[in-house]
Structure formats: structure tokens, C-alpha cells
Design a protein around this ligand. Sequence first.
Ligand code: SAH
Length: 213
Amino acid sequence: MKDTFQHKGMRKKLVETLVRKGISNADVLAAIGRIPRHWFMDSGFIDHAYVDKAFPIAADQTISQPFTVARQTELLALLPGAKVLEIGTGSGYQSAVLLEMGMTLFTIERQNELFKKTNLFLPKIGYRPKKMIFGDGYKGLPNEAPFDGIIVTAGAPYVPKALLAQLHVGARLVIPVGDEVQIMTVFTRKSATEFEKETYGEFRFVPLLEDKN
Ligand code: SAH
């Protein structure tokens, strides 16, 4: 797998596009500037790796749009070393962004084909999540909770209570909520029983499905 000057040049332009679209977190931009997104794409789409769009990956899923990855990561508002749970490993690109930023990452994928592929691929290119799990993200990861942040990368028809319950006080759940269109929603845990809710506009994701497959 190569990462040429041409790829690096296209990546720099992508980062400039993200800045123009309103991404301001320097650590997020630096991570996206460093990660060869074309390595995460199926061969037919490699030419589009640095276009700010979502693209198909295996098992009818998608690699999220760079803007979406950047916005969700920014909304987690975490420092290096934080313990993060990601629901929907998919291609592993969002995982790589979190790992590049120094997070301790737990990530869950429900599609066995994708799980197996990404489980091999991420360590091969030097990204090592603390744990990659084949399972149902609706349940979170109670044995490893609480987390400093939880990010859901599929459209959730409702907010799973298990995920709210697995946040530290002060931690955030970043989750796109809705059926056809999703509203990016951030829940911040204020106390054992209180959560603050904020919304950040419309996005489109593949659906968060129940059970593993
Ligand atoms: N973060 C990924 C986005 C992949 S798309 C990336 O950067 O490429 C969303 C992913 O969520 C898909 O791979 C889909 O299979 C997965 N998914 C959907 N429902 C899930 C669930 N209940 N638990 C875990 N993963 C789920």
C-alpha cells in the first residue's frame, strides 16, 4: 500500500475543505491530514478517497463522509488517552482517526464480514484498538464501562439507554438520531440521573440495526 505525494497533496486539499466547512479542532484536522483514507476504500473508489463524500464498503455499508467523521470526533471533545467506545467499526477509518489522536479505543461491529476484514486490516497499518468486538452496539460494552466518550456511526432510530448508562459523569454520547434523516445529537452526562441534550444539524447514515449478523 502506497501513500504518494499525490495522495498527500489531495489530503491537504481535503483538510482545507473541512476547515472551510467549519471544522476547527486542530487535532482532528491533523489526524485526517495524516491518515491515508484511500487504504480504507474498495479499489473501485480509490480515486474518490479525498472527495468529501461517503462511499460504499463491503456488506452494503459505507465509509462515512470525512466531514461527518471530523464533526463527530470534534463533538466528542476528548483529550489524548481518553477511553472511547465506537459503535459501527465499518472500514475502520473513524477508528483510525480516534487512534491517531491517542485515544484508547473499544469498537463494535455487527457485520461479521466487515468485522473480520477490519480486525485484520487496522493492526496491519499500525492502528491498534484496545478491543475490537463482533457484537451488537445497542448494548454497548457494560464490562468495560464507564467511557469518557461514546460515538455511534450509524443512524439510530432511538437513543439506546445502555449507551447513556455507560458514560462517565461529564462524558458525551455523539449519536445521529432518526430514520430517513438523522439529527446529530450530543448527550452530556451531568450526574447519575441527568443528561444535557444538544443538536448539530442533519446527516445521513446507514441504519443502526439490532443484533449481530
Ligand atoms: N465508522 C465507520 C462507519 C461505517 S457505517 C467508518 O468509518 O467506516 C456504520 C457501521 O455500523 C456499519 O459497518 C454497520 O454494519 C455498523 N452497525 C450497524 N448497526 C450496528 C450495531 N447495532 N452494532 C454495531 N455496529 C453496527
